[in-house]
Ligand binder design. Structure first.
Ligand code: C2E
Ligand code: MG
Ligand code: MG
Length: 640
């Protein structure tokens, strides 16, 4: 049987039919081949009869085939209907991710016609935030024969993206080329439902605040962030005082109202990123992230206390409530997990209750006291700044040999109302890590520049050096701030201002520090390296930092007559300075002998009690008018 491929009919060509009929006649009649003309009419009749029988049989077969074909066609159509209108989208992808084939549902899902879909890259329909995921999934498309499935957001033309569940199977096409069959379905509704479910399981129904489940999640994330940023976090456990009475005296509705209002009030005191969670009837936990110092948590905690004690108006009732807070910090000396942190904060909260409620308590009494004292001290300094209790003393720097005054160093003092004049060692170390030290540092620069203007008006044109802490120097906007302060004093030549930075201080990022110093050099402000010789990487500093002067630490001068090592170090430092073409000045020159020896060693600049003690600004004009160098120093030859 031959199937004519050009028509849908399945038929037997007539020529073959006759040949078949004749052969059948030959076989069936079982006698030698004869011409039709020589045959008897009955025989011919017989053959015709046989032929008709065959023909009928064939026609019947033909009819059956035609029916089968019709059914096949119908099935084929049904298949295409099913394929096209299936509830899921089908696509075939090439190994490179191009869409080779797609059903109608896929086209509808992606908001594009079937014909336009073919030939496009599947990745073109993937949401930009899911591109990386898609890339990872795609890498696995051809890895195994197993079906893989994943979820991502797909784009639909002119419509919001939708969540799709995608299942893929690796296959080969008829040319044995790898392809991927991809089935996709829209699961946006399921996702919405899932989110809602998450909300129910992670948030408190009354206040809509995170519940305990979400809190512990946030806390672990916060701890990881604290490690990454190198900034501490605080965990605050807050329990309302006497909330039960409100419920008992009034109603639960009033109680609920109080909780909702308090939550809102507390939330307003927090920064973006902080967490406020409700973990029980009247218990809340707050996570304060990215604290610059742990003391920074205190004002926020005080705001929380204030927020809870603000009176609340419910049904014409004015209700006031307070809270007890327990605080703990992360990181700690020991490794600690979320549960233990919460327990510490809870325990501290209990201490706050015991101590009389409406207060906070920091976990670990020792830490608590230190923290409170530091916080109070910083507040005192802040107030002292506001009441102008700080002032600058100035100590001259001279050339011992010529007597020339090369400048003065500004040194901060605190005129304390009760304790008298305080030296910087009494207060600077306590605020070293606090942002307030930056404010104070800027005050010093500004005050020194103002003083220079005043002296200038009196005819005293003098260079002033100001100490800057490493922290201040490494502030992001140090260079800008310095320029801004200089701009307030346009009469002052920036070259007359010198900045002293402590060598031992933590100059963490050497490249950045070098850049900052270089930027300042560009507008003529030069740097000295203070207390040189006390740090451990002096040579590195000299090589890397574009400084102009080094100040030899007074400890080497003090002992130079008793300690031969110090003499060796001193001459080492002096030759280093010469090698690096730096100016060198000795600090703490207390006696004439110290000066003599220094001059002999090749150091002619000095600062110290043998020249002058630090003095108030008002005394400097007189001092500079009357100063003359010691006769032992004058005209002493260097390298005698
Ligand atoms: P420093 O920058 O090395 O300042 C020199 C210190 O040595 C001053 O102490 C000064 O009074 C003292 N001194 C000067 N000559 C002699 C001497 O012959 N013998 C002895 N024993 N001491 C002498 P002061 O004023 O107490 O300052 C101590 C440190 O405090 C300064 O050391 C500086 O590091 C820091 N400091 C002072 N003012 C400021 C400031 O405004 N900002 C910053 N960040 N630090 C400052
Ligand atoms: Mg100094
Ligand atoms: Mg010094």
């Amino acid at each position: 049987m031959i199937v004519d491929e050009n028509s849908n009919d399945v038929s037997i060509p007539p020529k073959n039919l006759r040949w078949q009929a004749e052969r059948t006649a030959r076989e069936n009649m079982d006698h030698p081949r004869e011409n039709l003309e020589t045959m008897l009419p009955e025989e011919i009749g017989q053959i015709f009869h046989e032929l008709r029988v065959h023909q009928i049989e064939l026609e019947m077969q033909n009819e059956e085939l035609r029916q089968t074909q019709i059914e096949l066609d119908a099935q084929r159509e049904r298949y295409f209907d099913l394929y096209d209108l299936a509830p899921v989208g089908y696509c075939t992808l090439s190994e490179e991710g191009f869409i080779l084939e797609a059903n109608l549902t896929a086209a509808i899902l992606l908001g594009i016609t079937q014909s336009k879909l073919v030939g496009r890259l599947m990745s073109g329909f993937v949401h930009k935030e899911d591109q990386n995921n898609y890339y990872l999934y795609r890498k696995n498309f051809f890895r195994s024969d197993e079906k893989s499935s994943f979820e991502l957001r797909l784009l639909r033309e002119n419509n919001p993206p939708f969540w799709a569940h995608i299942m893929t199977t690796a296959a080969k096409n008829s040319d044995n080329i790898s392809i991927v069959r991809l089935v996709m379905s829209d699961i946006t509704e399921k996702k919405i439902y899932e989110n809602e479910l998450n909300r129910i399981t992670q948030y408190d129904a009354l206040t809509n605040l995170p519940n305990r489940v979400l809190l512990s999640d946030r806390l672990s994330q916060g701890m990881a962030q604290s490690q990454r940023h190198g900034l501490p976090l605080a965990v605050v456990y807050l329990d309302l005082d006497g909330f039960k009475e409100i419920n008992d005296t009034h109603s639960h509705e009033v109680g609920d109202h109080v909780l909702i209002t308090l939550s809102d009030q507390m939330k307003q005191t927090l920064r973006e990123g902080d967490t406020l969670a409700r973990i029980g009837g009247d218990e809340f936990v707050i996570i304060l992230l990215d604290l610059k110092t742990i003391e920074d948590a205190i004002p926020m905690i005080i705001h929380l206390l204030d927020a809870t004690s603000t009176p609340i108006n419910v049904d014409h009732l004015l209700l006031q409530i307070t809270a007890s807070l327990g605080v703990t910090f992360y990181p700690q000396a020991q490794n600690i997990d979320t549960d233990l942190l919460l327990r510490q904060a809870d325990q501290a909260m209990y201490q706050a209750k015991l101590a009389g409620r409406n207060r906070y308590h920091v976990f670990d009494t020792q830490q608590d006291t230190i923290l409170r004292e530091r916080y109070e001290f910083i507040e005192t300094i802040r107030k002292a700044m506001q009441s102008s209790e700080f002032l600058l003393y100035y100590q001259p720097k001279v050339n011992m040999r010529t007597g020339a005054i090369i400048g003065v160093e500004a040194l901060i003092r605190w005129q304390h109302p009760e304790n008298g004049l305080l030296q910087p060692a009494m207060f600077l170390p306590m605020i070293e890590d606090h942002p307030l030290s930056i404010e104070l540092g800027e005050w010093v620069i500004n005050t020194a520049l103002t003083q220079m203007e005043l002296w200038q008006n009196q005819g005293l044109d003098i260079h002033v050096s100001v100490n800057v802490s490493a922290r201040q120097l490494q502030e992001n906007n140090f260079v800008n701030r310095l320029q801004e302060i200089l701009a307030i004093h346009p009469k002052i030549n920036p070259a007359h201002l010198d900045l002293e930075v402590l060598e031992t201080s933590k100059l963490e990022d050497m490249n950045r520090t070098a850049q900052i110093i270089q930027s300042c050099r560009e507008f003529n402000v030069l740097f000295s390296l203070d207390d040189f010789g006390t740090g451990y990487s002096s040579l590195t500093y000299l090589q890397r930092l574009p400084i102009a002067t080094i100040k030899i630490d007074q400890s080497f001068i003090r002992d130079m007559f008793n300690n031969t090592n110090d003499i060796a170090i001193l001459s080492g430092i002096i030759s280093l300075a010469t090698a690096f073409h730096l100016n060198i000045i000795a600090e703490g020159v207390e006696t004439i002998e110290h000066g003599e020896l220094l001059l002999k060693m090749g150091c002619e600049y000095a600062q110290g009690y043998a020249i002058a003690r630090p003095m108030p600004a008002s005394e400097l004009p007189h001092w500079s008018a009357t100063w003359h160098s010691h006769s032992e120093w004058i005209n002493q030859l260097v390298f005698e």
